[in-house]
Design a binder for this molecule. Sequence first.
Ligand SMILES: Cc1cc2nc3c(=O)[nH]c(=O)nc-3n(C[C@H](O)[C@H](O)[C@H](O)COP(=O)(O)OP(=O)(O)OC[C@H]3O[C@@H](n4cnc5c(N)ncnc54)[C@H](O)[C@@H]3O)c2cc1C
Length: 306
Amino acid sequence: MIGLSCAVRLLEAGLAVTVRCADATEDTVSATAAAVWYPSGFPAGDARSLIWARAGFDQLARDAVHGAPGVTMRRTRMLLRRPAPAPWWVPAVPDFRLVEHTGQQPGVAQEWQFTVPTVEMRPYLRWLVQRVSSGGGVLERRPVNTLDDLDTPVVVNASGLGARTLAADDAVHPIRGQIVLVSNPGIETSVRDENHPAGPAYVHPRSTDIVLGGTVEPHRYDTTPDPGVTAAILERCRALVPELAHARVLGQAAGLRPGRAGGIRLEVAPGTRPGTHVVHNYGHGGAGVTLAWGCADETARIVESL
Ligand SMILES: Cc1cc2nc3c(=O)[nH]c(=O)nc-3n(C[C@H](O)[C@H](O)[C@H](O)COP(=O)(O)OP(=O)(O)OC[C@H]3O[C@@H](n4cnc5c(N)ncnc54)[C@H](O)[C@@H]3O)c2cc1C
């Protein structure tokens, strides 16, 4: 998601672009993402996060209006067990509402209601690949062993978890997330309970199924879904949305979010050959879909300024 969104922006700027990737698009964590606009795990205080989050919202909302494959706007209810101030990202979301609960739902003190873009990643990523190739970009499935091997004036390093090796960055680490896919009995609203004592619970309807989650497991590399975790996710989500009681399980998956201690690295560094540059854009954790377009805008601005 990060690399392809950058490639689209660089092509729009009139630059020649080659995308190198080690994995098939459908085998990336981007293809596993839930993937709703929500800047999970990014605290207030980083001014750039709001710029990226807003740009991400606006681009995906435009994609929804223009019928981009897999993108829709979806009503969301975020249930809070304790009252909390409105989150830092509110300026990015036009219809945000904070609703106080007075006993109507046990255990819920407050609710945030808002409408955000939701993306079905497989069709969306395929569409981005098409946009890159129809815009004149070259796509090559071939791993990069070292950034020094790339004979080009500017490299954009959007290698996600791969940046741990490629950029020798020990701050990069996996944050494992497991999800369960079930049939949709007619649910249209996303519901989230991020502070469930047994782990986050979320219910994200899509066109033909629902994504149920989830887990947040830092430093765990294993992508084999754990059946015990699947059962626990189902239990939490069915308690959250009782209409799911008879929804059929269609699948389960686990992906590794590209976490980074210290947050996203988006900056330019000198390349090893004289006059060359590397623009690093990685470490988006659980919010890569949310922030991708904002980070791609900034990447393109940096590249154009070099
Ligand atoms: C269960 C789950 C739910 C999620 N839900 C959401 C959500 O609701 N909203 C949201 O915003 N985000 C969500 N995310 C997070 C999101 O998936 C990530 O932040 C995002 O996909 C990261 O994108 P990326 O392009 O950096 O990484 P990736 O998708 O991993 O892509 C990295 C690319 O770099 C390539 N690469 C790596 N090393 C090399 C190398 N040496 N040579 C060549 N190529 C290389 C790979 O082949 C790949 O193509 C979720 C993640 C999970 C696991």
